[in-house]
Ligand binder design. Structure first.
Ligand code: ADP
Ligand code: G6P
Length: 478
């Protein structure tokens, strides 16, 4: 970090839609800071704890941004969004246009010119905040789909800095991406970066193909030539994200967590099989499919309480977006029906919890669960899958994992499922339950080894090394 009398500047600047903490106004009218939801924050928070830097992001409430402050060694720089911008840029373009297009159009995407205008405006505001706190020659690391124009805006404002961008979600096939009326501008925005990171090789390839087909850029291997007269080439590569394996495992081993594991199982009536789902309440997560499969297994008498129970933890998410409201209604209705039809007195078939929990409680839940159900229809990575195996230092438990997650590309030994195939999902769940313990231990050992060797610290250093190695600007360029 360097500083001038006027303001601090930093050699590493993160820009993400959200800060790692949200400012929440409590019922008593007081403002307090809470950890923000989602995998991006889980991962970046642990990366930033190890190095000094600034984090530019939204504090989660509309209105004037709070003042900058330091937290856990990181300088937080809040960016303000008006009520309108929350609607147009965050709920609208980011989560009503891009999110569905980037997740296989599980729900229909909407295209509105005023959403796009707000997206441009807010991306520019983020870029200005970045330009303001970046030291000369700094490394700027832009995160995710909400900020795809920011790389080019930052470059225009601060040609001296090095710019990386990482996409936490899938990058869609060109046939879907091409639907976006502003596809060319989005690609140009991203090509403002020096290096672009994706979860899977297929995502990087989709991006390169989109550049070739939609803006007629010359591409070679994983690189794209930029038509701005600079002679730059931008590299796109897969660097799958991960979690803080050592830190989470140490937390999971704490005696207080061990005590809580026993309490959780006890409070559920010590079932023989405790199944667990942990998701943001998002239509990409396949919660409806999971519940349907479970309901059928119960109705057929293949499973049932009190021997078996399912705990579904669903973090509230994007609650003003219609598709998310609909999902919540569907899930809650189905949980009600399953419990009404198939529960027994004192032993509900599903324990549905619509809250956020502290990390310790999550670790205890993971340790308590015999079967972890991770069944997204599409997911960039899914850190929950990696967290589960990290917490199972006892080599207990079994992971049922959708083939449509980024995690599956690393965790092949898991019990793989196609969540669209309800019959297949049911059989996979039964197989995960019935596989002999020694085989499950062998599988869990392999899964844990993969996550231990590819943790979030390694991810961050690989990303930053790739950013540093990106070709320097050609001589004489702008
Ligand atoms: P996404 O980023 O789409 O939400 P991930 O699985 O990659 O999905 O990351 C979710 C993160 O949020 C994980 O770190 C997980 O432990 C955390 N999380 C999910 N649900 C809860 C909850 N109810 N309480 C606390 N943390 C949660
Ligand atoms: C995913 C996205 C993140 C986002 C998170 C939570 O992980 O990749 O960018 O922050 O979901 O969603 P939210 O809309 O609440 O920020």
């Amino acid at each position: 970090m360097s500083s001038t009398p006027e303001r601090k500047t930093f050699d590493l600047v993160i820009a993400a839609n959200r800060l790692p903490v949200d400012q929440v106004v409590t019922d008593s009218g007081e403002a307090e800071w809470r950890r923000s939801p989602g995998g991006l924050v889980t991962a970046m928070d642990s990366v930033m704890r190890d190095q000094p830097g600034a984090w530019v992001g939204w504090a989660g409430e509309p209105g004037e941004p709070p003042a900058r402050f330091d937290q856990g060694g990181v300088h937080l720089v809040p960016v303000g969004l008006s009520e309108d911008e929350v609607h147009l840029y965050y709920e609208g373009f980011s989560n009503g246009t891009l999110w569905p297009i980037y997740h296989d159009v599980i729900v229909a995407a909407a295209f509105h010119r005023d959403w796009w205008a707000a997206y441009q405006r807010v991306n520019l505001r983020f870029a200005q905040a970045v330009a303001d706190v970046a030291a000369p020659g700094a490394r700027v690391w832009v995160q995710d789909y909400q900020l795809q124009l920011a790389p080019a805006y930052v470059r225009a404002l601060r040609p001296d800095v090095r710019i990386g961008w990482f996409n936490h979600i899938p990058f869609p096939p060109v046939e879907l991406f091409a639907q976006l009326p502003w596809r060319g501008q989005l690609l140009d925005g991203l090509l403002g970066a020096d290096f672009l990171g994706f979860q899977r090789q297929a995502d990087a390839q989709n991006f390169v193909r989109a550049c070739r087909q939609l803006i007629h850029a010359e591409t070679r291997g994983g690189t794209v030539a930029v038509h701005d007269g600079s002679g730059r080439r931008v590299r796109a590569a897969a660097i799958p994200i991960s979690i803080d394996f050592k830190g989470l495992e140490a937390l999971a081993r704490q005696p207080s967590v061990t005590a809580r594991v026993a309490e959780i199982r006890e409070s559920l009536g010590n079932p023989k099989v405790l199944m667990l789902g942990v998701d943001r309440l998002d239509y990409t997560k396949g919660i409806r499919h999971r519940l349907k499969a479970y309901q059928e297994l119960l109705a057929e008498g293949q499973l049932g309480p009190p021997d078996v129970t399912l705990v579904q933890v669903a973090t509230p998410s994007r609650e003003r977006v219609a598709a998310y409201r609909q999902l919540r209604e569907d899930v809650e209705q189905r949980v009600g029906r399953i419990n009404g039809d198939l529960g027994v007195m004192g032993f509900p078939a599903v324990h549905y919890l619509h809250h956020s929990y502290p990390r310790e409680e999550m670790a205890a839940l993971f340790r308590a669960a015999d079967i972890m159900l991770v069944t997204p229809l599409r997911d960039g990575m899914n850190l929950v899958a990696k967290e589960y195996v990290t917490c199972r230092f006892d080599l207990g438990g079994a992971l049922v994992l959708s083939e449509f997650t980024g995690a599956w590309h690393e965790l092949h030994q898991a019990f793989a499922c196609n969540p669209h195939d309800i019959e297949g999902l049911k059989q996979t769940i039964l197989r995960a339950i019935n596989t002999p313990a020694p085989d499950k231990r062998r599988i869990m050992r392999a899964l844990r080894r993969r996550v231990a060797d590819h943790d979030v610290q390694r991810w961050a250093s690989r990303f930053l090394a790739a950013l540093d190695a990106a070709p320097a600007r050609a001589e004489g360029g702008p």
